[in-house]
Design a protein around this ligand. Structure first.
Ligand code: NAD
Ligand code: GLY
Length: 360
């Protein structure tokens, strides 16, 4: 097992990465506060992993709440059903929440923990590649609003993250590829060496090679932990983790939550960001092609959905947490491995990028 640390002074916590660690009682027990534990999971994950997780917590009063599966349920109604379960079981402010699942479960459970009785501890047990490399680390928690993705939420750090790479064996291929989009993101932001490793090892990831999984999860978590340690609440450098996300969130929201997966939308969003970076004179055509190629090799989309018009995209992009009064701020690329937060681009070039990608 590998252990990394997210260094946040009194809120620091470990990320455990390994195989068969989900059911290890001695690993999770030190991070449980009080005697009450509520495991939040969904109807797909529960039959696979709820029992071993419960068994590891048998010393405590353990309850579970099983949510419907899907991005479309990451909303205030579902959040309320977690509060219902906590109150029905008379959970007190010393209780611990455990998020067992992908990014949807992790984000909604973390937000529930941040608000229940003004904040109770929680633990992340991510079971998708996307959640293991990104959403379980760094304390961003949220639910969606019909008008904007992740618009209602809080920064709230977990007690620990337990990433059992064996859980990736049961993940559908489409979900695995969606997670690879976020992995590619780290290489592009500030880790050229990792980008090159991904170019050489993409087939291994797609073939679910466990050593490749462990390496990719560890390197991604380390890259993310370093950035979060510098800027927990996204006052600056953390915004770089949103490469491709302003375009991507617009696709997710515009298509209806759950139609395009988060990673699929981010993959296309990265291509759009690369295109705009080239129009901006920062990125060469050779680099744009390399970026498109790695996304194609990961069997992820490089084109935006034909249904979405450029005007709809632009309107959705104007609802983004990075935006300031002066307009849409984007993450652009100066080179592979060098991303910047920028509003220093011509509006015409953004429009040209949207026109190029949006066919309607
Ligand atoms: P998800 O949570 O919807 O999980 C994908 C699918 O895989 C679901 O159907 C789920 O039930 C299923 N599943 C989960 N684990 C499984 C397993 N081991 N075996 C079989 N099936 C399994 O999606 P996701 O891609 O994990 O997460 C996407 C969400 O994460 C989005 O809402 C996105 O906004 C959010 N996100 C948050 C952050 C953050 O920093 N908080 C970062 C990136 C993404
Ligand atoms: N996923 C972006 C962030 O955590 O900041």
């Amino acid at each position: 097992m590998e252990t990394l640390t997210v260094e946040l002074k009194e809120r620091s916590y470990p990320i455990f990465i390994g195989t068969d660690i989900l059911g290890q009682a001695e690993l999770i027990r030190p991070y449980i506060h009080g005697n009450q534990v509520m495991i939040v999971t969904n109807e797909t994950i529960a039959p696979l992993y709820l029992e071993p997780c419960k068994a590891a917590l048998s010393d405590f009063q353990v309850e579970s709440v099983i949510l419907p599966d899907g991005e479309q349920y990451k909303n205030l109604d579902t959040l309320n059903s977690i509060f219902d379960a906590l109150l029905i079981h008379r959970f007190n402010r010393h209780a611990t929440l455990v998020a067992l699942g992908g990014g949807v479960i992790g984000d909604i459970t973390g937000f529930a923990a941040s608000a229940y009785q003004r904040g109770i501890p929680f633990i992340q047990i991510p079971t998708t590649l996307l959640a293991q490399v990104d959403s379980s680390v760094g304390g961003k928690t949220a639910v969606n609003h019909p008008l904007g993705k992740n618009m209602i939420g809080a920064f709230y750090q977990p007690q620990c993250v337990i990433a059992d790479t064996n859980t990736l064996d049961t993940l559908e291929d489409r979900q695995l590829k969606s997670g690879i989009a976020e992995v590619i993101k780290y290489g592009l932001i500030n880790d050229y060496e990792f980008f090159s490793w991904l170019e050489a090892n993409m087939d291994k990831l797609l073939q679910r090679d466990h050593d490749a999984f462990t390496y990719a999860v560890k390197r991604s978590c380390q890259d993310k932990a370093d950035i979060v340690a510098m800027d927990e609440t996204e006052q600056g450098v953390r915004a770089l983790l949103n490469l491709g996300h302003t375009f991507g969130h617009a696709i997710e929201t515009g298509m209806g939550y759950g139609q395009w997966l988060h990673g699929e939308s981010v993959a296309t969003g990265i291509c759009m960001a690369a295109h705009l970076s080239a129009l901006n004179g920062d990125l060469g055509q050779k680099e744009v092609k390399r970026i498109q190629q790695i996304i194609k090799n990961a069997q992820l989309p490089t084109e935006s959905p034909p249904e979405l018009s450029s005007s709809k995209m632009l309107s959705l992009m104007s609802v983004d947490k990075k935006n300031v009064d002066s307009g849409i701020r984007l993450i652009l690329l100066k080179a592979i491995g060098h991303a910047v937060l920028s509003d220093d681009y011509r509006t015409d070039d953004l429009q040209a990028t949207l026109n190029y990608y949006c066919k309607s």
